[in-house]
Design a protein around this ligand. Structure first.
Ligand code: ZN
Length: 439
């Protein structure tokens, strides 16, 4: 007798991104509840399971959903507001705007718009850092994406807290309200060492450890930041963070553009995740992170878009392609960050950087069904050479566009089918941004 399952998906190719980088031609996977219960040849699965729902994709790839390892989702409402500025000047414009305009309703709308864009580009998990993070959590959970959500703690007055003590209390309430949720992982987010005091950093570390939750912060984004840190504290940025216990947490460090080899070693030994944000680093003139070197040293590196205020989109296929290209000019070596490794950074690597590698990032039995179906039918994907078993990675990294993502499932739930979003009303959300832009 066949085993009952909820969904059987079969396709021309299954790209598992498991430890063996297994590829299954004419493969599929079985989903029961939120979990993947089998991955293998399509014929075998058809013989073994009785699915309530089944879909066959003859000209498609099934692969893990992408992981956007660093963003500020609600800032999607500031897309294109301040372009072509230096990071410190850019922050000088943005932070007063945030204090004046950002409230809970703003954050909810920005989150919905951001989630719509993420789903369309094949993302099923993301790491966020912003204000009113409980509102981000509610919208994200309702829409059905998986996320690490960091409640920001700043030494300045913020849109959701007038003091850092208030911000910490808010962060504690957020963690208590959401820790253990099936999709949402709350986290503590001191914005960066330069918007924090030593006391603030230590209090954030204590809070993260008390609840065993991740800590999400920015590290060494610009050379200017590094010079300031060395000048003020006679230490580099990673050492200064380490001095205050940050590396003793489940750390997710965004950027790490200007870190030395010893700093990489510190981060690697701490089991820290690094979120590489190539477009944002280019747009703000920050530099190019040494991703291939970090990867060789065994760091948990993921790829992120950062916010649309410095990108200006959340397109992960564009981001991972850029990551592969930049890695090659960083050391003038075109063999750095080959296609397969780049796709690994944006799937399993991102999941590990977010400290959720046991839940998502690859198509394996026991993990949640976080997956995307990618069409290979577009003109930009032909011809399709199969001279090398890994040619599929080349197509996915160098030629595929986010518009090729046809279906998206997260936690066993369909979020997009045939390019139609099922859990967010895109027309309503985009219309609601018009009065915001006018204001
Ligand atoms: Zn950021």
């Amino acid at each position: 007798m066949k085993e009952p399952i909820d969904t059987l998906l079969t396709a021309a190719m299954v790209v598992t991104m498991n430890a063996e980088f297994e590829l299954i031609a004419d493969g599929g996977l079985a989903v029961r509840g939120s979990y993947i219960v089998a991955v293998g040849p399509a014929d075998e699965l058809r013989g073994r399971f009785a699915p309530a729902e089944s879909h066959h994709y003859p000209h498609h790839i099934i692969m893990p959903g992408l992981v956007n390892a660093h963003t500020h989702l609600a800032m999607t409402l500031m897309r294109g507001l301040n372009d072509d500025l230096r990071l410190d000047v850019w922050l000088g414009y943005l932070m007063p705007i945030e204090r004046q305009f950002v409230d809970e309703a703003w954050v909810r709308l920005g989150t919905k718009l951001g989630c719509a864009e993420l789903i369309r580009s094949g993302v099923t998990s993301f790491a966020d850092m912003y204000y009113f993070e409980e509102a981000v959590a509610e919208e994200t959970a309702a829409i059905g994406l998986r996320a690490l959500l960091g409640q920001t703690v700043l030494m300045f007055p913020a849109p959701d807290a007038s003091t850092y003590e208030d911000a910490l209390a808010r962060c504690r309430r957020f963690i208590e309200g959401w820790n253990g949720h099936e999709l949402i992982q709350p986290a503590v987010s001191p914005h960066a060492w330069y918007t924090a005091t030593p006391e603030l950093l230590r209090a954030c570390v204590a809070l993260a450890k008390e609840y065993d939750v991740p800590l999400h912060t920015h590290i060494a984004e610009t050379e200017y930041e590094v010079q300031n840190c060395t000048h003020l504290h006679d230490m580099n940025v990673t050492e200064w963070n380490d001095e205050h216990g940050i590396l003793g947490t489940k750390l997710l460090a965004a950027h790490c553009v200007h870190i030395t080899r010893p700093e990489m070693k510190l981060l690697q030994e701490a089991g820290a995740g690094v979120a590489h944000c190539p477009t944002s680093n280019l747009k703000l003139g920050s530099g190019i992170a040494a991703v291939a070197e970090m990867q060789e040293m065994g760091l948990k590196v993921g790829i992120g878009t950062d916010s649309t205020a410095s990108n200006n989109d959340l397109d992960m296929f564009e981001e991972l392609r850029l990551a592969a290209l930049l890695a090659k000019v960083k050391r003038n070596d075109p063999t750095d960050l080959p296609a397969r490794d780049t796709l690994a950074l944006s799937t399993m690597g991102g999941a590990r950087a977010l400290h959720m590698g046991d839940k998502t990032g690859s198509l394996e039995v026991g993990k949640h069904a976080d997956l995307i179906v990618v069409s290979t039918g577009g003109a930009h994907n032909w011809p399709q050479f199969n001279h090398h078993p890994e040619a599929v990675y080349s197509r996915l990294v160098y030629a595929t566009k986010s518009g090729d993502v046809q279906d998206v499932m997260c936690h066993g739930r369909w979020l997009m089918r045939d390019r139609t979003l099922l859990t967010v009303d895109e027309a309503e959300v985009t219309a609601a941004t018009v009065p915001i832009a006018q204001k």
